[in-house]
Structure formats: structure tokens, C-alpha cells
Design a protein around this ligand. Structure first.
Ligand SMILES: [Zn+2]
Length: 454
């Protein structure tokens, strides 16, 4: 099948995520337009990217009081951004900013301050609403406010509007489908190594929504409701009576999920179905370890795909080596390394990097994202140096998506292995030392510890 027909099969399933073409502005042209976000010729990508970011910068400057003042303090206004080369002047927001927010009713006020434009009217019942109740009220009114957590117990809240969230979902899925070409198809049965996307406002969970649309049948590893309180409990240090209880239940839950995954593989193998594993790598890693110990293996072969994301920690100070993981996936499940790709993204943006099958480098969708690597004083380092990842997200409507992350990366101008034209990150993204560990896989890992009501 040619790429155009292949992509058409995908587009038919995701029409709900794409606005009417006649209504597209620069951000939509940059994000929805290119058939493959990782194969846009450099000049065209720079042009699309500049127009999208310029459009969003003007909006946030004029419609977001907080960012407006911040730009004035930094001495930058829209007239200063006239070409692609000027993008490095756009004032960046450290991601810590989205953690420093109050709880309850003040949380609603905080949201109104960081949001660009008008928030929908919401009804909050009671004098002392919880943060989860406030989030629910906004999302009932059509927003897509999701959270992510850190080990320090502080959550990150990102106030997306539904339009920005749909762009996020579409961009993630299209990037993945493009990289798996010609391997993805809609008859795949999926196992989400994630919480049920319809029962949580946790970003790592909600992301799964679109996979339900582009696969035939989807099983979820964690099927209970998950709110900020549960996450706070699961991210606690594991000490004391509560911690010991959590650890004890964790082991039992963990075993049950792994047994579920093995039964799911057996069933689909019997029925000859195509299989896709999507989500936190440690669950699949644990499954493979168990199969290995029992001397069992499967030959899923061409009928299987693995998409991991969210980080590679399995214990507090232990990471899964990615290449070893791919070797195990091949020897135990029979799925080839080129069908085992990792995805890198974060709650703060609609920025999705997918590994190429040829070299497992993380490709950047530079048609709507302008990536940077910064030193400790936030100056750009250019290519080939290790530093802090930052980006300008030309697709984000609801807040200024011009973010400095806590991730340590090395960026190359081209992939050393495949022929795609855009820049890449080397595999093995880690956290900036001293910054709290976070990552969606880490959340899922800890969440299983407190999944005790099921
Ligand atoms: Zn590549």
C-alpha cells in the first residue's frame, strides 16, 4: 500500500479531531497539513513553523495578561519576531510555573490567570471544592484540563481547551502511524499499558483516547478512576504503615496485571489477531521477565507492534536499558526491533517525538515545533551538546506553549541513520540532576501500588 492510501485509512478514523479545512489558520496548516510530520523538507517546515508560532505569540501577547507583562519585562513584543531567525527571542516559561498553583477555589482563579482568552463559565458547588472537583467543573464546561505529578507531591496542571487537546491527540497518533508505516492498521487489537482514558484527568491516561479510535479493540491495564488524591498517595515515599500497605498491595496488583497481559497475548495469538502494546514499558518488561523465567516465548512476528512512552525507570534508581528491552521483546515475543518504538512528549505541550525504526533516534515534528537545547543560564547551545530541552509549540492556543523543560537531551541537526530531513534527539532522555523525577511511566508504576479498591 502506498503512503497516501495508508494515511487515508488513518484520517478516516480521526475526522473528529480535525476542524473543517476552510477554518484552518497557520497552527492547523502546520499540524494537520503535512502528510508525514517527520518528512517535511526543511525550508517548508521552517516556514510552516514560523507562521504558526508567530500567530500564537501574537495571540498570547495580546490576550494573556500574565504573559504580556512577562514579555514587556523581557523587552520583547510581536514586532520583534519577523523571521524564523527571531524565534530564539520568544520569552520562555520554565515548566515549574505550572506547578506553583493553589488548591480549591483559588485554583480556578489561577487557571483564569494562565489561560489565554476567556474561560468558560463554570458552576462550582460548595464552599470548599477539591482540586478534582474544580477540574471536573472546567472539563464539564468543555475544557481539557489535565494533570501530571511529581515525586514531591506537586502536580502540574495544564489548562488546555478542547481544540488544543484534539491537536495534541491527532499529532501524537499521526506521528506514530507515520513512523510505523506500513505496519499500523485499524484491525489491530490494542493493550493500553495505561489507565482507562475515560476515567481520569491524568494526562498519561487521557492520551489513550485516540488509540481507542484507531484500533479495533482496546484492553486497559488499569480500569479504575484516578484522581489527584490517589496519585498523591501513590507518589508518597512508601514509608510508615500506609506505605507498607501500599507496597504489599502493589505486588499483588502488579502480578494480576502481568497475568492479564499474558492471557491477552494467548487469546489474540489463538485468534490470529494483530497486536499493539501501547504505554509504560515497565509493565511489558515485567511480563517478558516472567515469560523468560517460565521458559516460554511467543512468535507474534509481523502481527505485533510495541509503542512505549513515559520513561524507562523500573525502580527508584534503575532504568531499563532500551536496546536490551528491544532484544527481549524480539526473543520472547517475536516482535522485531523496528516494530518497537519509543515516544517522547510531555504534559506541557503538544510536542510528540517518535523514534525512527531505522535508528531509534527521536524525530522532532519541526513543522509546528521549534526545538532548542539550553545551558544552565538558558542560552541556546545549538546542536550536538547536552543541555536542557526547550520548545516553542505553534499549536497551543490555551496558554503560551513556549516552555523550558527539566529534561536533559542532546539534539542533532539530522538523524545519523535514516534519511528524514528534520532534527532529532539522541535516545535516552534523562532528567536534569536535582529535579524531581517525573514521567508518565513512573506515574503508572506508582499508581498500581494504590490500585486497591478494584
Ligand atoms: Zn532516524
Amino acid at each position: 500500500m502506498g503512503y497516501a492510501d495508508y494515511l487515508n485509512g488513518f484520517e478516516k478514523l480521526v475526522t473528529g479531531y480535525v476542524p473543517e479545512r476552510s477554518s484552518w489558520g497557520p497552527p492547523e496548516h502546520a499540524l494537520y497539513g503535512p502528510p508525514d510530520p517527520y518528512r517535511v523538507p526543511t525550508e517548508e517546515a521552517n516556514d510552516l513553523c514560523f507562521k504558526a508560532i508567530k500567530f500564537q505569540f501574537d495571540r498570547h501577547f495580546h490576550n494573556n495578561r500574565m504573559y504580556h507583562d512577562f514579555c514587556l519585562e523581557s523587552n520583547v513584543c510581536p514586532e520583534d519576531i519577523t523571521s524564523f531567525q527571531d524565534l530564539c527571542k520568544v520569552p520562555l516559561i520554565p515548566n515549574e510555573f505550572f506547578k506553583d498553583c493553589p488548591s480549591g477555589k483559588d485554583f480556578a482563579l489561577w487557571l483564569a490567570n494562565v489561560y489565554t482568552g476567556e474561560l468558560p463559565q463554570i458552576q462550582i458547588k460548595g464552599a470548599n471544592p477539591t482540586t478534582d472537583e474544580v477540574i471536573k467543573a472546567f472539563n464539564d464546561a468543555g475544557m481539557a484540563v489535565f494533570f501530571s505529578s511529581g515525586t514531591g507531591g506537586r502536580h502540574t496542571f495544564m489548562p488546555r481547551d478542547m481544540r488544543s487537546f484534539q491537536m495534541n491527540e491527532y499529532a501524537m497518533a499521526k506521528g506514530v502511524v507515520a513512523m510505523f508505516y506500513p505496519h499500523w492498521n485499524q484491525n489491530m487489537h490494542g493493550y493500553l499499558l495505561l489507565p482507562n482514558p475515560f476515567k481520569t484527568n491524568l494526562f498519561a491516561g487521557r492520551l489513550g483516547t485516540i488509540f481507542v479510535d484507531i484500533m479495533k479493540e482496546v484492553e486497559m491495564a488499569i480500569d479504575r478512576e484516578i484522581d489527584t488524591e490517589l496519585i498523591k498517595l501513590s507518589m508518597s515515599d512508601g514509608k510508615g504503615l500506609k506505605g507498607r500497605m501500599v507496597n504489599y498491595i502493589s505486588k499483588k496488583r502488579h502480578q494480576k496485571i502481568i497475568n492479564d497481559i499474558i492471557s491477552w497475548i494467548e487469546k489474540n495469538q489463538r485468534e490470529g489477531n494483530e497486536m499493539a502494546f501501547v504505554g509504560a514499558p515497565f509493565l511489558l518488561y515485567a511480563t517478558i521477565k516472567k515469560l523468560k523465567k517460565e521458559g516460554r516465548s511467543f512468535d507474534i512476528g509481523e502481527r505485533g507492534a510495541v509503542l512505549t512512552g513515559g520513561g524507562w525507570k523500573i525502580q527508584e534508581h534503575q532504568r531499563i536499558p532500551e536496546s536490551e528491552f528491544r532484544n527481549d521483546v524480539e526473543s520472547v515475543l517475536g516482535i522485531r526491533p523496528e516494530h518497537c518504538l519509543d515516544l517522547y512528549g510531555m504534559v506541557e505541550g503538544n510536542v510528540w517525538l517518535t523514534q525512527c525504526p531505522e535508528g531509534h533516534y527521536l524525530h522532532i515534528p519541526n513543522c509546528y515545533v521549534h526545538p532548542m537545547v539550553l545551558d544552565d543560564s538558558y542560552q541556546s547551545l545549538g546542536y550536538g551538546k547536552v543541555g536542557r530541552f526547550a520548545f516553542l509549540d505553534g499549536s497551543m492556543y490555551s496558554y503560551p506553549g513556549f516552555i523550558i523543560t527539566n529534561d536533559r537531551v542532546s539534539m542533532l541537526e539530522r538523524c545519523p541513520v535514516c534519511g528524514r530531513p528534520g532534527p532529532v534527539l539522541e535516545p535516552g532522555v534523562t532528567r536534569v540532576p536535582g529535579k524531581e523525577s517525573r514521567g508518565c511511566a513512573e506515574e503508572v508504576r506508582k499508581m498500581i501500588s494504590v490500585d486497591m479498591k478494584r
